[in-house]
Design a protein around this ligand. Structure first.
Ligand SMILES: Nc1ncnc2c1ncn2[C@@H]1O[C@H](COP(=O)(O)OP(=O)(O)O)[C@@H](O)[C@H]1O
Ligand SMILES: [Mg+2]
Length: 243
């Protein structure tokens, strides 16, 4: 007999405590992360392509091409997933839209879910909507721990597209609280944003920025919008060039 979770043998408990698989099932149910699971079939390390990143565009600060930059980010994310649990690390992915930040976040999520870690994915917009709902008592109470609890407690949290939400003092202080709590409990977080670093620092409070810059590995993505490239060269750029 093969168990879906070998740790608890599908009982949901290990020595009286909830098993991680049970916690993840609760997250899936609450957030309907089944849509995340669908995306992860397409967006994972095996499908990450480097040929969408130009070798002609270079970052003046590092001297690296867009492709070399992406390669480094890819390696860092792979290492992050491999070392997860044995070392504590956080990731901050920034750069223009369409450069694969969400894709990379998905790559890591898939890897960690497969290794039985609990993963929660939220766009910043939805995250703060949820926080506002619960702060203003608009959420219905249920028996299970609220989604908010999972956001604080999960092994790996993805906050995607930070900077697209309407930023006010509520958002800024909730963000600080969340980032701070997760750091204190050594729970890893990945943040992605389309904002440049200076704009990011301007948008959120100084203390948010300083927590992030001193505790997160910063990965900058450069290049041209892959969404457009995919549309015109669905087989990939190297093949398009060879033909
Ligand atoms: N390295 C990659 N290999 C293949 N497809 C990619 C890659 N990076 C991004 N894409 C695709 O390009 C589109 C934009 O990527 P996305 O991750 O959403 O960008 P961002 O989050 O930086 O705005 C998506 O359809 C995604 O699947
Ligand atoms: Mg994105």
């Amino acid at each position: 007999m093969r168990y879906r979770c070998s740790d608890c043998r599908d009982t949901g408990y290990i020595g009286g405590a909830r098993c991680h698989c049970f916690r993840q099932a609760a997250v899936d149910l609450l957030y309907l992360q089944s849509n995340l699971r669908d995306v992860l079939k397409r967006e994972n390390f095996s499908f990450f392509r480097l040929d969408y990143y130009s070798t002609d565009i270079t970052d003046p600060l590092t001297g690296l091409s867009a492709r070399q930059t992406a390669q480094r980010a890819l390696e860092t994310c792979r290492r992050f997933a491999q070392n997860f649990g044995s070392s504590f690390e956080n990731l901050f992915l920034y750069g223009d839209t369409g450069l694969g930040k969400t894709f990379l976040a998905h790559c890591v999520a898939k890897e960690l879910l497969e290794n039985a870690h609990s993963v929660v994915y939220f766009s910043a917009f939805r995250l703060f909507e949820l926080f506002a709902d619960s702060a203003f008592g608009r959420r219905e109470e249920s028996g299970e721990p609220a989604m908010e609890q999972h956001i604080f407690d999960c092994d790996f949290l993805i906050i995607d597209d930070l900077g697209t939400e309407l930023v006010n003092s509520f958002v800024s202080s909730e963000l600080f609280h969340l980032i701070n709590e997760r750091l204190l409990h050594r729970r890893s977080t990945l943040i992605s944003t389309n904002l440049a670093l200076a704009a990011f620092a301007d948008t959120y409070s100084e203390r948010v920025f300083s927590r992030i810059s001193s505790n997160y590995t910063m990965l900058k993505m450069i290049g041209e919008d892959i969404r457009l490239k995919k549309k015109f060269y669905p087989e990939g750029l190297d093949r398009a060039g060879a033909e």
